[in-house]
Ligand binder design. Structure first.
Ligand code: GDP
Length: 460
């Protein structure tokens, strides 16, 4: 862990996004942060000012005025990083910001690396690792659901859950270890039935967290959707109707850039990505013949959900059934959608095409588009998202939770087999190790930290 950041260094970075803005903020952290800015701020001695105060004045390099700024002071340990932090609000010209950063470097600061402010916050115990990761998620959030889950994690909701589990396991281990101390005397301090119950409940809780990742993944990465169908079924028209109201905003902050996305859609706070529909369109001259082969199938397989769009004027019942059969055979999650429903009465359509989940709509008239959106949402989310409960969105956490579950299974099996305390303790320790890995309570591998903080933007 040491060596990741040089403790004595004072770091500097532009904290606002590149480009023109009304304001631009430069942030410094470290023992010399106040000293560095003080040397550029002749109007008062910042070292003598109280923490959490603002100071207006000119920032100067010798006689040259760099900008008129507002300096905010946060003295250690009451700051984001736990070190002295100075933030300089400048006018938002990239030129001015560069000049100010340069001047800070001249005074002894060094450029921060990605995520270094948050890394310092973690190393100074201002937050645990899961909370630090939530900072990156919050910055990258582009839907309400993502914001809510990141916020909960940042506030320590997830860490709190894990701490609870950890505490119970430590108590358990203590009892078992006590037995160990007295093993010569053949005493059983630990009430094995109570311990068994504890392990069962821990396993249930971990299982719950593990399975929440399915939804967490949907929240974090969105749901990919492919709209397939014969030419002229109305795919482009449907795409436009879907995108009409709510074109989603997608961030391209380092580490959050997703695969090439053509169009995204925000349905009830969840991101839906309409993947490479052009590619499928191109390769689907006759869906029925092409569906089992080649690229279109590969593209479809990339999708979490396939919307099979057919023209009710042009698709007979037989062709429809055949198509559905192929989709089923491929094991795809699909939604059959009958387009151009404006051309026939609904009752006759419902009689003609028999399928439980079919949606009839008119892409042209934009009728029943909402029903399609709701169906997509239901397939992906299956109910309302309860952001009050912990939803695991992070693959690293998910992997650790799987290992925790595995070691709980081993403890469970050990108990069933009446394993001796010394062996049980080993499994419990392993379980505790994985739990601590999530929050970073134990020494976390340097590479892991590098990967986590490398996903941040500079200045955070
Ligand atoms: P694509 O080849 O699957 O992308 O199909 P298009 O979206 O280009 O539509 C093909 C034709 O069907 C166009 O002339 C559309 O105006 C027409 N069309 C699309 N949706 C509807 C609909 O809901 N009702 C009717 N009557 N025509 C539609």
């Amino acid at each position: 862990m040491k060596g990741l950041t040089k403790w004595t260094d004072t770091i500097v970075a532009i904290a606002t996004p590149p480009g023109l803005g009304a304001l631009g903020i430069i942030r410094l952290s470290g023992s010399e942060a106040v000293g560095v800015v003080n040397a550029l701020f002749p109007s008062k001695d910042l070292a003598k000012q109280a923490s959490h105060t603002l100071h207006v004045g000119f920032l100067q390099e010798g006689e040259t005025v760099l900008d008129e700024v507002v300096v905010s002071l946060y003295k250690a340990p009451r700051s984001y990083t736990g070190e002295d932090i100075v933030e300089i609000s400048c006018h938002g010209s990239p030129y001015i910001l560069q000049q100010v950063v340069h001047a800070c470097i001249q005074q002894g600061a060094r450029l921060a690396t990605q995520g270094e402010f948050t890394q310092r916050a973690f190393l100074n115990n201002k937050m645990d690792l899961a909370q630090a990761e939530a900072v990156a998620d919050l910055i990258a959030a582009d839907t309400e659901a993502m914001k809510q889950t990141a916020m909960r994690q940042l506030r320590g909701g997830f860490s709190h859950d894990l701490d609870n589990l950890r505490e119970q396991l430590i108590n358990f281990a203590a009892l078992i270890e006590l037995e160990l101390d007295f093993s010569q005397e053949d005493v059983e301090f630990a009430d094995r039935t109570a311990l068994q119950e504890l392990i069962t409940s821990l396993k249930a809780k971990i299982s719950e967290l593990v399975s929440s990742f399915k939804l967490g993944n949907v929240i974090k990465n969105g749901v990919s959707v492919a709209i397939i169908g014969k030419p002229n079924a109305g795919k482009s028209t449907l795409l436009n109707a879907l995108l009409n109201e709510e074109r989603a905003i997608v961030s391209d902050i380092a580490g959050t850039t997703r695969d090439t996305i053509e169009e995204t859609l925000n349905i009830n706070g969840v991101l839906f990505r309409l993947i490479d529909t052009a590619g499928i369109r191109e390769h689907t001259t006759d869906v029925i013949e092409q569906i089992g082969v080649g690229r279109s199938l590969a593209k479809m397989r990339e999708a979490n959900v396939v919307v099979y769009l057919f023209d009710v004027q042009d698709t007979d019942t037989h062709a429809f059934q055949q198509q559905i059969g192929l989709l089923e055979k491929d094991g795809l999650i699909y939604l059959p959608v009958g387009n151009k429903a404006d051309s026939k009465p609904l009752a006759s359509l419902q009689k003609e095409y028999v399928h439980d989940d079919i949606i009839f709509l008119s892409a042209k008239d934009k009728t029943n588009i909402q029903q399609l959106k709701q169906a997509l949402y239901d397939i992906a989310v299956g109910g309302t998202i309860n952001t009050e409960s912990t939803i695991v969105t992070n693959a690293r956490h998910h992997a650790a939770l799987l290992k925790i579950h595995e070691s709980l299974q081993d403890i469970d099996a050990g108990m069933q087999e009446n394993l001796t305390s010394d062996l049980l303790v080993l499994d419990i320790r392993r379980c505790l190790h994985y739990l601590s890995e999530i929050t970073g309570r134990i020494e976390v591998d340097r590479d892991i930290l590098g990967t986590i903080f490398g996903k941040f933007c500079i200045g955070k």
